[in-house]
Write a protein that binds this ligand. Structure first.
Ligand code: SF4
Length: 354
């Protein structure tokens, strides 16, 4: 009879494995500074370690502590985040720093419960900060950990469903409560993260190298490719837009995006629902619209829809052309320091030399 997954030594096995085989040299390890731990946790959401490292280092060089971050202009914070994606994270990060400075005297609260009340910090991130910095015995449950738990304990159903999520959190709590030996929460938390990122990977889990293999439900039943179950299928809506890359005299026209919309807070190109709307706006601005300005169309994928973008590069004879609220002529040499979303950044690279 196959062994069943067990809770009493789950945490100990993860810790033993982490000490021998886990990661020990990431730039945010070896510190109990909640500012650094928090920053790394937010950057690592939905983003790979190798992508995060250079952003983390640049960000810290410019904003070495929470007070510096709180006092910085949002524009500059966004510029240091541009390219990492999921920009609400950066806006919340900035807001959170301001709240910690204004309401907590610049010091992070020291319990996961209090940390979770701060902007942009969910239960799992709060638990990770409290575990790494103060050894609090509160479990995490991020995407990687969810994968380990669904496979090891054989949990069916899409983990984003409330009932499944609750089941996973309950198991995570029991694994900590029932740990038979004293538990180093920093090592355990890091171990779960490392196991999910390095061994129990999405595509090809390395079960032979896994400390949980002997009684893992998915391995024993050949369900590694079935668990975790995917989100029930839904149709991703397709949207279309035209974008105006209007330049002249070494400047390009950009518009600041409203905080709560697409690419909130970043600078983007004027965007239209259709080519016709773009053409008529060009007429209103006194800009000649010519077929040769048409660039190759492409698709940018967001979480909830796919955006088909038809860009047009046109030249303005003067910078006196009428601008709308939020628009500004930006000199080419300032573009590198301007926070723009990735597809716009790529389009700006096609601009002719000033
Ligand atoms: S044995 Fe395989 S499927 Fe199970 S937890 Fe380990 S790596 Fe994941």
């Amino acid at each position: 009879m196959p062994a069943s997954p067990r809770l009493h030594d789950f945490a100990q096995r993860v810790c033993d494995w982490q000490r021998q085989h886990g990661r020990h040299h990431l730039p945010w390890q070896g510190t109990r500074d909640p500012y650094r731990v928090w920053l790394s946790e937010i950057m690592l959401q939905q983003t790979q370690v190798s992508t995060v490292i250079p952003y983390y280092e640049r960000f810290l060089a410019r904003f070495p502590d929470i007070t510096t971050l709180a006092r910085a202009a949002q524009e500059e914070v966004m510029a240091h985040w541009a390219g990492l994606g999921y920009y609400a994270r950066a806006r919340n990060l900035h807001r959170c720093a301001q709240v910690v400075v204004a309401e907590h005297d610049g010091r992070f609260p020291t319990t996961s419960e209090a940390i979770a009340t701060l902007p942009g910090i969910g239960r799992s991130t709060a638990a990770a900060i409290a575990a790494f910095c103060w050894g609090e015995r509160s479990p995490i449950m991020d995407g990687n950990v969810r994968r380990v738990f669904t496979r090891y304990f054989g949990i069916h159903g899409f983990p984003g469903l409330r009932a499944v999520e609750q089941q996973l959190w309950a198991l995570a709590e029991q694994a900590v409560e029932q740990a038979s030996a004293p538990l180093d929460m920093g090592v355990y938390t890091q171990g779960l993260m490392d196991l999910g990122a390095q061994v129990c990977t999405r595509g090809k889990p390395q079960c032979a190298a896994c400390p949980l293999a002997s009684d893992c439900h998915a391995r024993l039943h050949g369900l590694q490719q079935v668990l975790p179950e995917p989100r029930p299928k839904r149709v991703v809506p397709e949207r279309h837009c035209a974008m105006l890359l209007l330049h002249g005299h070494g400047h390009v026209l950009l518009e600041k995006q409203p905080e709560n919309g697409l690419w909130g807070g970043l600078w983007s190109l004027p965007r239209y629902d259709s080519r016709e709307a773009l053409v008529s706006d060009c007429q209103a601005r006194g800009v000649a619209h010519a077929e040769k300005g048409r660039m190759a169309s492409f698709v940018h994928t967001f979480t909830h829809f796919r955006l088909h973008i038809e860009p047009w590069m046109l030249e303005a004879s003067s910078l006196d052309t009428e601008t709308r609220p939020g628009e500004r002529w930006i000199p080419f040499e300032l573009l590198a320091d301007t926070a723009t979303p990735a597809p716009v950044k790529a389009l700006l690279e096609s601009l002719p030399p000033a």
